[in-house]
Ligand binder design. Structure first.
Ligand code: GDP
Ligand code: IMO
Ligand code: MG
Length: 422
């Protein structure tokens, strides 16, 4: 058995939550492999809306196991809130939500450090979600971190205090920021009790045993490939490997176990936070995409920057991830546009290229656009590929042709059932 992967090919918020929730019925296990509560995955079904930050998006499908994998960083406060809202909604998560022991914990002082470090960056700030992601991964690679499994060890409190003290010494180098450490610490201490009660597993053995038993596993990505710590638009990235390779380290599976790689892209492009975004539209068209697409962050509520789909960018992330199937989401957002554009190449210092330049953050880069006719009608009653307007099918065919990968699903609205299988 292999493990399939579903991940975002842009700068996050491609609609991963919706598609994982839809696909989950075909799997026995859904596992998050990286990131943390910087993620906000929206699911809409039966007239209800849920935004998940740490809990995998398979949780609403009865019987399915959901694993928070080794590569994830977990804030007990956020997780406790998520679990409370699941409980309130009557979701039976007991025994179905598992925690990998090697996942690192986000302490209140990690969030404090995130805020202080962003604040000190001034104009060059990353636009972090301030969930403590960077400082927690720094402690992981710096070999200082606390892991979920440590919660069951006798010296946990001692180790917590030691790490907190270290953070306090670091905080002294930054200008002061508002952070109510006492209150946050109290919430944290209450929340770790819930974490202590969740079933914990050695994630790598759990996954291997599940594969040996013939179980089907879906790895759910967070963020998007352009936010990858190694291959994204550094330094305007997150602190984990968001690409397929991150599944191997984040869940403890070998590369030979990777099966289908399902990449997701919006029919246009968005980014939240700072950093380069070649096809960003600053005027009326960008505003219109934001309004039609409801482009405001699921975690922070910040307005997302919007622009046309960027094919050099997508070719790059399809290459990095070994994408075998493409899902195009939010095609309905383009419904009322008379004309659409796609960036097919870049002009960098006057020369045309299909590659992303190393110095993408600094270089003079102009996208080369191609125009496409819009379909100017709604897709409310469209339930099969053949019913899509001709212009929409042409647009999708163009994407397939340019990206050399097959589009297998098209999402036509935020609700679970608004999905066309090709
Ligand atoms: P994720 O982080 O990749 O899971 O995506 P988010 O949940 O942050 O953002 C996607 C947003 O688009 C959410 O508000 C979804 O409800 C919404 N959405 C998902 N698919 C579609 C779609 O096909 N059409 C429209 N209009 N909205 C969608
Ligand atoms: P999902 O899983 C979109 C962005 C932040 C910021 C940068 C670093 O919902 O797609 P961090 O908090 O990681 O230090 O922020 O990454 N970012 C996301 N943007 N979707 C996300 O997750 C994101 N997670 C982080 O806005 O620019
Ligand atoms: Mg999101």
């Amino acid at each position: 058995m292999a493990i399939d992967v579903l991940l975002g090919l842009q700068w996050g918020d491609e609609g991963k939550g919706k598609i994982v929730d839809y696909l989950a019925t075909q799997y026995d296990v859904v596992a998050r492999f990286q990131g943390g509560p910087n993620a906000g995955h929206t699911l809409i079904f039966d007239g209800k809306k849920f935004v998940l930050h740490t809990v995998p998006s398979g949780i609403f499908r009865p019987g399915l196991i959901n694993l928070i994998g080794n590569g994830v960083v977990v804030d007990p406060i956020v997780l406790a809130e998520e679990v409370a809202s699941l409980k309130k909604a009557g979701v039976d998560y007991q025994g179905r939500l598992l925690m990998a022991r090697k996942a690192h914990l986000i302490l209140p002082t990690h969030r404090y450090l995130d805020a202080a470090s962003e604040n000190a960056k001034g104009k060059s700030k990353i636009g972090s979600t301030l969930k403590g992601i960077g400082p927690t991964y720094m402690d992981k690679t710096g070999r200082n971190g606390l892991r979920a499994g440590d919660l069951h060890q006798a010296n946990f409190q001692e180790r917590y205090e030691a790490l907190k003290e270290k953070h306090m010494r670091l905080l002294a180098i930054y200008p002061e920021v508002d952070f109510d450490l006492k209150a946050e610490e109290q919430r944290w201490m209450e929340s770790i009790e819930l974490l202590r009660q969740l079933p914990m597993v050695d994630g790598e053995y759990f996954i291997q045993n599940a594969l040996d038993d013939g179980k089907k596993i879906l790895a759910e990505g967070a963020q998007g490939s352009m936010l990858d710590i190694d291959y994204g638009t550094y330094p305007y990235v997150t602190s984990s490997n968001t690409i397929t390779a991150g599944v191997c380290t984040g869940l403890g599976v070998s590369p030979s176990k990777i099966g289908e790689v399902i990449g997701i892209s919006k029919a246009y492009c968005t980014r939240v936070g700072s950093g380069p975004f070649p096809t960003e539209l600053h005027g009326e068209v960008g505003e219109r995409l934001r309004a039609e697409g409801g482009e405001f962050g699921a975690t922070t509520g910040r307005p997302r920057r919007c622009g046309w789909i960027d094919l050099p960018q997508l070719r790059y992330t399809i290459m990095l991830n070994g994408v075998t199937q493409l899902v195009i989401t939010k095609i309905d957002v383009l419904n009322q546009f008379e004309e659409l554009e796609t960036a097919t190449a870049y002009r960098v210092d006057g020369k045309e290229t299909r590659q992303l330049p190393y110095d993408i953050c600094d270089v003079d880069l102009q996208p080369v656009y191609q125009k496409h006719p819009g379909w100017v009608r709604d897709l409310d009653r469209v339930s099969s590929y053949g019913q899509l307007p001709e212009q929409a099918r042409d647009y999708l065919l163009f994407l397939e042709d340019q990206l050399e990968v097959e589009v297998t699903m098209i999402s036509t609205g935020p609700e679970r059932e608004k999905l066309i299988l090709k």
